[in-house]
Write a protein that binds this ligand. Structure first.
Ligand SMILES: Nc1ncnc2c1ncn2[C@@H]1O[C@H](COP(=O)(O)OP(=O)(O)OP(=O)(O)O)[C@@H](O)[C@H]1O
Ligand SMILES: [Mg+2]
Length: 342
């Protein structure tokens, strides 16, 4: 289906965001349209990002209903607005809410990555409300202007609850003005919002102003993973890493690790690997072992070097950097390592 919203390809009007009194050039419409990779600049040192992320739907385990809902909503907003009547509000203002580390930010990034023809503008609400700006209103207005000019677009407000909080250190009043202008722009958004999906996240929805909560036409709860998703996540994050977990071990982890988030699972694997690296990097003695290399877990070789105590038979005083990387033995991750960390 052809896109209804075309970018102004002939315009050479440049976009500027006024931040801290400086003017940030974010590309003319022409160069923007010609850039097939849509690699734009990062504006304001990471506060506003117009680069497409590189996160795929397949990187997100579970959450199938939320994925489908987001895909459908974006499609309706960007491709089929004509089927909506004046009485039906498009699902173009979506709030993802749920516990920490449940995958809310990931969902927004994957939606942006997978919808290739859509511009993605991401704002860190925490950063934008804790940074001093000389002309805060202008910044926010330009942000919305940019989103409108480059539609079809997704405006992503991560951790939107920051826009609802008072900053006790805001002596200049800049934060207050940013928040006020955001609220104004959001509440006026419907007047010219064709082709734009405004997506926001929060893990503390109860702190949001009632008007703002109601303003979101769709609120999607993003839960902690269930048992099946937990098993899949452990498997996904263990990946090719050398480990000794059987299918039954994975099932046990999935069953017993209730109330853990996707973030807990990914960071548990990372933490175990970090500990293992600390053992190897801190060792003063190594011994030769018959084992599987990290990179070829199904092969067994007899020339790997494992850290060991100095009095171990065959111990050689040495340092991990004395061995080629592929000759170092990394102890496989075990069930108890993960149980211990979580
Ligand atoms: N469904 C999932 N599939 C795969 N990994 C996940 C999933 N959910 C969370 N993770 C892991 O947890 C990390 C954090 O996820 P994300 O930032 O999306 O959480 P969040 O819901 O936005 O949390 P917060 O409320 O704290 O901002 C991800 O980088 C990823 O490693
Ligand atoms: Mg998040």
């Amino acid at each position: 289906m052809s896109k209804i919203f075309k970018k102004d390809e002939n315009s050479d009007e440049s976009q500027h965001l006024l931040l801290s009194g400086r003017s940030f050039f974010v590309g003319s419409s022409t160069s923007f349209t010609n850039d097939s990779e849509r690699k734009l600049n990062t504006i304001a040192e990471g506060i506003v990002i117009v680069d497409k992320p590189a996160l795929r739907w397949s990187d997100i385990i579970g959450l199938d209903a939320a994925k489908e809902d987001l895909k459908e909503s974006l499609k309706l907003v960007t491709e089929s607005p004509y089927i909506l009547t004046d009485r039906v509000t498009p699902w173009n203002r979506i709030l993802l809410f749920g516990p920490n580390g449940s995958g809310k930010t990931m969902l927004a990034k994957a939606l942006a990555t997978e919808s290739e023809d859509t511009t993605y503008i991401s704002v860190s609400s925490s950063e934008i409300t804790t940074t001093y700006f000389k002309e805060p209103e202008k910044l926010v207005q330009n942000l919305f202007h940019l989103t409108r000019q480059h539609r079809p677009s997704i405006l992503f407000l991560d951790e939107v609850d920051y826009l609802n909080q008072n900053d006790p250190n805001d002596q200049s009043g800049s934060t207050k003005r940013v928040r006020k202008e955001f609220m104004k722009q959001m509440l006026n958004f419907h007047s010219d919002s064709d082709g734009i999906l405004l997506l926001a996240t929060t893990n503390i929805p109860w702190t949001l102003d009632g008007n703002i909560i109601n303003w979101f036409v769709k609120k999607l709860y993003i839960p902690l993973p269930g048992e099946r998703a937990r098993i899949d996540m452990f498997e996904f994050y263990l990946g090719d890493t050398s480990h000794s977990l059987t299918d039954d071990d994975l099932k046990r982890l999935g069953k017993e690790m209730t109330y853990v988030s996707g973030e807990d699972i990914s960071s548990s694997v990372r933490d175990v690997l970090k500990k293992s690296a600390e053992v190897v990097h801190g060792a003063t003695h190594f011994r030769r072992v018959v084992a599987s290399p990290m990179t070829y877990p199904r092969h067994v070789v007899d020339d790997l070097w494992a850290p060991c105590p100095s009095n171990f038979p065959g111990a050689v005083e040495s340092n991990w950097s004395d061995f080629p990387a592929d000759k170092l033995y990394w102890p496989p991750i075990s069930l108890s390592d993960l149980m211990h960390i979580l």
